[in-house]
Design a protein around this ligand. Structure first.
Ligand code: MEV
Length: 313
């Protein structure tokens, strides 16, 4: 029996824009998915998925998950006509759109397979394998989710559009920042939402370029503000990033509602995170008491799940 784990993540800045080679900032969170591989006598693989999840999440993702696992096995040259095993998924990461759940499971499975089949994969190869796995969930992943899940921490990530190795940098802040994460309870298909943005870009390239230009200024300012520990500025930029995501039509009324509740209850900034059209929001809080206040207000405001975490150290 072998095991592995992968961290959940939130995208602080840059979901969707990152697909087009623009920089993004993501933070790994403490919650993680674990995978256990146990060999069985029969051939092929079987999945027992005990991850905590938003209602409907696992059912909606199951077909993509099967493709994802097969892709990783093929990439690792594990021939399931000659071997058989059971994958048990667990851990404390509550699966919801926007928290990097698919990437965390890919990383966890890749690590467990590496151990079970003595492949000796290092983090770079685990990340590469998880990227292949992410392709099962949508055809054109930027790679930010699997990178954040493999390495954890705060990362600055730029996809190489010609298919080369992405650039990523780990950032360490001198201080940790408080984050509240809240779920709408709705699960969106990343493939569909990313595809819709691609169609909008194709239909009106000038519009997309002008939104992208605003975004690039914003993310560069966000990086500077984070490194300078100017969290008020970071929050203001998160609010602006949310507006740009609304322009891309990837937000929805449920996300906007949670963002408003967080802002009305003391968040320095709040935005949707990840794919959108459901999934999660993140809110930056100035201190612990306000973190609690925002979390309580979101619970009262019928968020389907609310978690608090920190990032930066
Ligand atoms: C999904 O967590 C983030 C997206 O930008 C897609 C991707 O980066 O592959 C929407």
């Amino acid at each position: 029996m072998s095991s592995g784990s992968g961290k959940g993540k939130t995208i602080l800045f840059g979901e969707h824009f990152v697909v087009y080679g623009l920089p993004a900032l993501a933070a790994g969170i403490a919650s993680e998915t674990t995978a256990k591989i146990t060999r069985v006598r029969s051939f092929g693989w079987k999945l027992v998925d005990d991850r905590p999840a938003m209602p409907g999440y696992k059912e909606k993702k199951y077909e993509e998950q099967k493709v994802s696992i097969d892709k990783m096995l093929e990439h690792l040259n594990i021939d399931v006509t000659k071997t058989g095993f059971q994958i048990d998924l667990g851990g404390d990461l509550v699966c919801a759109s926007g928290i990097g759940a698919s990437a965390a499971s890919c990383v966890a499975i890749a690590r467990a397979l590496s151990e079970e089949y003595s492949l000796g994969l290092d983090d770079e190869q685990i990340n590469e394998t998880a990227y292949i796995g992410e392709m099962g969930y949508h055809g054109t992943p930027s790679g930010i989710d699997n990178t954040a899940s493999t390495y954890g921490g705060l990362i600055w990530y730029v996809r190489d559009l010609s298919g080369g190795t992405p650039k990523f940098e780990k950032l360490k802040l001198g201080k940790s920042a408080n984050l509240v994460i809240a779920s709408t309870g709705l699960t969106a298909s990343t493939k569909v939402v990313v595809g819709d943005v691609a169609k909008k870009k194709e239909a009106d390239p000038d519009w997309f370029d002008s939104v992208s230009e605003k975004y690039v200024q914003l993310v560069n300012a966000a990086r500077e503000a984070l490194i300078g520990l100017k969290f008020n500025k970071v929050g203001e930029l998160m609010n602006k990033n949310h507006t740009l995501l609304q322009e891309l039509t990837v937000s929805c009324k449920e996300l906007d509602n949670l963002v408003d509740i967080a802002r009305d209850n003391g968040a320095i900034g709040a935005k949707m995170t990840g794919t959108g059209r459901g999934g999660n929001i993140i809110a930056l809080a100035p201190d612990e008491p306000t973190t609690k206040k925002i979390a309580e207000a979101l619970k009262k405001g019928r968020a389907a799940g609310v978690w608090t975490t920190t990032f930066g150290l």
